[in-house]
Design a protein around this ligand. Sequence first.
Ligand SMILES: Cc1ncc(COP(=O)(O)O)c(C=O)c1O
Length: 493
Amino acid sequence: MRPYLFNDRTVEGYRRAMTEATARVAGRIRRADRPFSGVSPERLAPEIAAIDLERPLHDHAAALDELERVYLRDAVYFHHPRYLAHLNCPVVIPALLGEAVLSAVNSSLDTWDQSAGGTLIERRLIEWTAGRIGFGPAADGVFTSGGTQSNLHALLLAREEARTEAPPARLRVITSEAGHFSVRKAADLLGLGPDAVVTVETDGERRMRPAALARELDRCHRAGQVVMAVVATAGTTDFGSIDPLPEIAALCEAAGVWLHVDAAYGCGLLVSRRRRHLLDGIERADSVTVDFHKSFFQPVSSSAVLVRDGAMLRHAAHHADYLNPRRMAERGIPNQVDKSLQTTRRFDALKLWLTLRIMGPDAVGELFDEVVDRAAEAYDLIAADPRFEIVTRSPLSTLVFRYLPPDGPRHGGLGRKLADDANLYAREALAASGEAVVAGTTVDGRHYLKLTLLNPETTLDDVAHVLDLLAGHAQRYVDDLAPLTEEVTHVCS
Ligand SMILES: Cc1ncc(COP(=O)(O)O)c(C=O)c1O
């Protein structure tokens, strides 16, 4: 007997191993009194390096004990209400059920003959998502590994549509200053020139200015450049801002330009009963990115790219005799590889399927709405706090702000650099303490702190507590750790 191979003779071992694994995770989740242990790579790396991969333990429990030490003990826990950093969400149990099932059955969604019902379930979910977007019956799409891949896929389709008009060096992609960096990465991967991505300015709320877009479309036209896509963002990474989709759609329609809406973050609004209107206009896009693993409480990975006209997916289709010969497509055999950039592909859709079947879309939307409500309250809290300055009110759930150190005796007039360094220090010191994890970003060249709320369990008290911790660390930097004024001035000059 081969005890580790999963089959009809080893199901009892499988059951025991899974029970043991879930018990370990449950124990960790129950005990986690902070989102992070604060471990440094220097401290953890030797422990992992010391493990001899040539000498197996031959025992599930022993391996899980070891895993507690090298991973579970120091992992970052997104379910914790004071994890407030990146766009990675706490997950719902129905999705974890899906995760357990999908990896055990191990369907691969490239072909019907490796997935059967899995393919049809994914297709239903694509249809459902397209319906929520407001696309018509011609829409289609496919699950992807994440927003980066979804954006790449959409831009590949847009490039192929535009290619007949211009060589790659003359193709341009327009997005806003607040668009995601994966747009640039996609342009690089697609072989567009270094100047291919043009950013247009945003307004005070960090939304693309339609007038700036109109000017850029016109400028490109006059310069003989072909705009292959405009990428609007529905939920920018830093500010949660939503570009004015109807105005942008109108400009794209008038110019005959492909509109891609990157709703990696904002897609949670598709199931919100109170805020769906914030996505109005998204139905006029040619393609849309949705990251269920950001605002649908799904485990990584779970994302999709959708297109208003499913025929566009042909631009990424290739046929291999061994896998998906053209005759299969002609016979209507549903091979998702015909639509995807990936070949072997996880059945991630199952997580969303079980989420919808057990909780339903309204319940997911309600969780996201709660998060957005909390972020609005947190905005008021920070805006009223003289220790901080906050940048803009997000329609979603980010808060970008900075600690403003009061003038102290050691530093006289405060240099720009001192405030920047105090905020950088506060973020790192907080992470090292493990009491909370927050993010950071720069705004107009200055360092800011960022909270991304995605956990409905986070209370306003949690936010207030984190603000106190941040202010404490930042002020300690100013009082005790920063170089004296002369040196600060020297560095600034
Ligand atoms: C607006 C936006 N688009 C795309 C992405 C990339 O998504 P992923 O990390 O799933 O590749 C992100 C990630 O934060 C994002 O915020």
